[in-house]
Design a protein around this ligand. Sequence first.
Ligand code: ADP
Length: 731
Amino acid sequence: MSDNYVKVQLEQMKSLGEPGEKEGADNEEQVPASSPSADPPSITISTSDVSNASITSKQRGKSRRKDDKISSGKSISDLSLQGSVVSAPAGKNLNRQSQERTLQLKGSGKSLQGKSENNGNYVTIHPSKNNQEERREEAMKLSKKRRPVTVDTAKAKTSLEAMKISIKQLKWKEFPLGRRAPCDIYWHGVSFHDNENIVSGQVNKFPGMLEMLRKINLSRAMRTMQELFPDEYDFYPRSWILPEEYQQFSTQIRMVKEKDATLNPTFIVKPDGGSQGDGIYLIRDPSELRVMAGSQAKQSVVQEYIHKPLLIDKLKFDIRLYVLIKSLEPLEIYIAKEGLTRFCTEPYQEPSQKNLTHVFMHLTNYSLNVHSGNFVHSDSQNTGSKRTLSSVLYRLAAKGVDIKRVWSDIIALVIKTVIAVVPELKVYYQAEIPPGKPGPTCFQILGFDILMMKNLKPVLLEVNSNPSMRIEHEQEISPGVFEYVPSPVDEEVKVGVIRDTLRLMDPSLKKPAVSQLRAGGTEIPMETETPAKSLDDGALPSLCLKQVYPKYTKQFNYLRLVERTAALFIRFLGVKGNMRLGPTAFRTFIRTCKLSNSNFTMASVDILYIDITRRWSGAAPDSREAGMGLQAFVEAFFHLAGRRFKSLPLREQVLSLLELCEAQLDSQSSVEDRRSVSCSRALSRAVKTQTPGLTSNPQLSSPAPLRRAASQDNRLQQKLKPRSLRANVEN
Ligand code: ADP
């Protein structure tokens, strides 16, 4: 952060959430049920903008106390927008949903303030004030003794520069050409498969993320959630998948226009594999679709165009927000407090037949606007065509916008979107790294593109699995001659995101528990190196990534119905490496969960399987694998739920069927367990040994009929080949 920036607290925000203020009434009124409420963000602004703002050191102390309130279960978030302005010790963030406890360290006589998560997974030990200095020294000594974390950056591509700076700041060791011995972390530029055969450590990409976030797949996942939770998922514009939904699209638009002739909506057409605005165009009538022209209809998404965006300086802009998925199981999501905003370079007008082709007016992509004569490269973070998110929020706050509300809506949008894509990701993950197979663990930074509507509602445009981490930009130094020059705005934001992602993924934070402390009669697993110590070693700025999940589990967990459906799907997949369910496995699912009866015979089950699978294989003609994929299974599941619980709304139907299936499987498992206990008793009498890890592998411990069905179906399966890969995108 440059020196000419100071931290300020905005007067307007002060009134919204100072500690000691009533959190109740006001906040609850303005925050939607499933949105986390948000503390006033501290914003870093240029000294030139400071006039009506007050300096924050006092506020930092206050917001720390507020943070503590959150941990005691009160639903207020603290999303400061600059890493440097974060008030609470970083380690605390990891343990928000926790109960405070005082722990006696055996033998040391020291009393520590600790927190254990409800699930008992982590414990953070906060030294009492008297011992703080001592603990800090110990931590410094420990970190000096520790061997540096090793990072393979051979495949980092355009993130390389930001990686180098981050690794240097962390005093870790980079292997730019790769390394024969395993590294702790592998940094890939494109996909999980950039390096093959990684069997340990951590990779910065999830298998399947690239495929999952393509425009069509994301739209499908969002639509499933919209069917279940229409109000909660209204932040994603109405979309149709082309060519398969061309008829629905044109019929619906015709009906809208017939109903109200004054309506003349605009649509944006986006090719499925496209990025950086490539191939995007606006239309006002289905007949204008270019994709339908040739015999080879191009796969695209056509989407309702948001025609009243929020403008700054008369320009349309969008937000690039960085989100870290730290883990899928359990789900852990972090949001970067600082992001970027990308501005159009031609003043905005609502779409009309005349201006539909003006890309500099309608598309905010950096890659397009940089070619406009009006593009402004600026070293300042609050001017130019690319600015920091905090500088834009400051501008809005100064105009009286309720930033707290905006920020909590953005957090909700991110969590809900991740919840929508996680089910399919779990299927990919299971296929790539099945339980028992040695493999790395994964994490990933995603780039969320968000548009603010004039009414301040955030809208999700897309999610990039490879957000550009480039910290230079191309500049024309003389006519026709381009050079890469450093971009301070990019560096400020992106280095913070990469460095702090690495800090959170520090393998020493993951060491298995070596001792257990007893507090109030409860055993708590204790890590050798607690997050608090490692993340807050004093030499680095506070974390710029903020945990939002599991922090807000309570508000959002009810949305995870498709994930529970995916858990059933994965259970019946059975065979390692599969992503599709065969007909026998589907029958076994129906039988095991006792879903067939005289009204729904096994013959009807087969017909249902064939119907849905055939339709979905038409929807994904490039798929090399036969059988029923997750999305098709979800459709079948919804259908079954509808038959069984006719009178209920869809979400209740699905929930009821899930509960029924889960109960059946639970009772089956306990029968299996009882059988395997008596069987293993017999075995141990005979062999006196037992295979370690056998029961920890859900596939090996799954009921015998499941294994048989899966192996029969396996004959029908072919391995899915990874699809074409996309390069890093800034947009
Ligand atoms: P790409 O991956 O090619 O960048 P996006 O979905 O991000 O595709 O769209 C490109 C740009 O088009 C966005 O940055 C935004 O400015 C504009 N845009 C996209 N979708 C919409 C929409 N539904 N309404 C208004 N503008 C949109």
